[in-house]
Design a protein around this ligand. Structure first.
Ligand code: ADP
Length: 437
């Protein structure tokens, strides 16, 4: 915590200056990042969308959660620049552009264009790209991204409904997205530590390489990379790369005190699970959970035709002491069939809107704990619940914290789970954890 003098008399007050301003391209990505930063014990604030008001009551780590992952480039760039503008007003001088650890982007991806726009605004000649998340099986070797033991393009990400990933090479993915040269600091350099990484980056900078993919296969690599990049105004990558940053700020004396400011407000027990993710792990989690609880499967084609009334009626009939699940989670062939019938965007939007409507009805029914699976889905649900700020609590699984907020004057708990995160028993584990707090 930084101690700053005020101009009033001789008094000294503690003002928590924001050290790191983060922009995340989807909501689960933002809570993932928030959970990892919060492991340090320092307060993390998560804002849903760019706040309308100027910064107030800011935390050392501020995260703005956007929903820009699949937006057209110019819209995504404008939104990220306005997020940057708000974060600059918090006093932050270092910024983090967070995207998915599987580099989810469309053919007209905006990861590179946003990075270039932020770099221009920050007057920064070079940044790094490191989506590795070793604890969750994402590693980068010789510029190629792996999910567990599979190259990205051979993992289940090849069938993602919105961002199917058909190439594993990050440099090849990035090149068409940026105007300046792309380079690599490979694992052989990373294994030699922070100073070697720094000198490799400096050599690339002299050659005019603005965009550098950096290999990482273990947490120790991420620590070395964070050390090498501690003076870079903009860092880009997955959430795990940000994990070492709080400790670096402490080491450098910029953050002089770890303050565990966790908040665990009381919420009612009534809970619900909403899943719009079709990722492989979510499919297993849903299959496990529906064995023991009441469940309602949402069919995009039927909802597009008949609306969401049947699901709402079913929810209304559920007793408050069970935790129902409503899910659109489906196998790739069913997703493809719905997309063929409705069109890709319409299929996704139909489900997102349906789950958003269900969340609102659940809140009206008195449900106060929400488990949401899927990045886009989480965006739709938080927006519908009109949630603007989340306080970040303990992690249920790596990258998925319980968060606390307010909805219509009621304290609520909400966990936003990215598609492939968590174990098979995630939903039951998450609910049990909250019961035990
Ligand atoms: P993840 O985190 O797994 O990527 P997302 O919520 O980000 O999950 O993305 C899943 C997308 O797939 C959402 O837009 C959702 O509405 C859509 N979707 C979910 N179920 C179906 C389905 N049965 N058919 C077509 N699209 C679906």
């Amino acid at each position: 915590m930084l101690i700053q003098q005020t101009g009033i008399g001789n008094s000294t007050v503690e003002i928590l200056t924001t050290l790191l301003g983060c922009i995340a391209d989807d909501f689960t990505g933002a809570t993932d990042l928030a959970g990892l930063l919060a492991r340090s014990g320092v307060k993390v604030s998560l804002r849903i969308g760019v706040p309308n008001e100027p910064p107030k009551d800011t935390a050392a780590f501020e995260i703005i959660a956007l929903k820009t992952r699949t937006w057209p480039v110019s819209d995504a760039v404008n939104e990220c620049l306005s997020a940057l503008n708000w974060l600059q007003k918090t006093g932050a001088e270092q910024f983090f552009w967070k995207y998915c650890s599987t580099f989810d982007s469309t053919a007209e991806g905006n990861i590179g264009p946003v990075a270039e726009a932020l770099m221009a605004e920050l007057n920064c000649e070079q940044t790094i790209y490191c989506p590795a998340f070793p604890e969750n099986g994402r590693s980068i070797y010789m510029g190629n991204l792996f999910v567990e033991e599979h190259p990205l393009a051979e993992s289940s990400m090849k069938d993602h409904p919105l961002t199917p990933m058909r190439d594993s090479n990050l440099m090849r993915l990035l090149k068409p997205q940026v105007t300046k040269p792309v380079g690599l600091v490979n694992r052989l350099a990373v294994a030699r530590g922070g100073d070697v990484i720094k000198s490799s980056l400096d050599s690339l900078k002299k050659e005019g390489v603005a965009h550098v993919v950096v290999d990482a296969v273990a947490d120790a690599d991420l620590e070395a990379i964070a050390h090498a990049c501690q003076n870079m105004p903009l860092i880009t990558g997955g959430s795990a790369l940000a994990m070492p940053l709080p400790y670096l700020y402490i080491k450098n004396g910029e953050l002089s005190e770890l303050s565990a400011q966790r908040v665990t407000p009381q919420t009612g027990n009534a809970s619900i699970v909403l899943s719009g993710s079709c990722s492989a792990m979510t499919r297993q989690q849903v299959a496990t959970y529906i064995q023991t609880t009441p469940s309602f499967k949402l069919d995009p084609i039927m909802i597009a035709r008949d609306g969401v009334a049947a699901a709402l009626g079913w929810l209304e009939d559920q007793p408050m002491d069970v935790v129902p699940i409503l899910y659109a989670t489906a196998e790739p062939e069913d997703v493809a069939a719905a997309q063929a019938e409705l069109g890709l965007e319409m299929a996704g939007d139909t489900i997102e809107q349906a789950l958003a409507d269900i969340a609102v009805a659940a809140c009206a029914k008195g449900i106060r704990r929400f488990l949401v699976a899927g990045g886009e889905t989480s965006g739709a649900v938080t927006k519908a619940l009109d949630i603007s700020t989340l306080d970040v609590g303990d992690e249920i699984a790596p990258g998925v914290p319980w968060c606390f907020s307010n909805c219509g004057g009621n304290s609520i708990a909400i966990a936003l789970k990215s598609g492939n995160f968590g174990k098979e028993t995630f939903f039951a584990d998450a609910l049990k954890m909250l019961d035990e707090i």
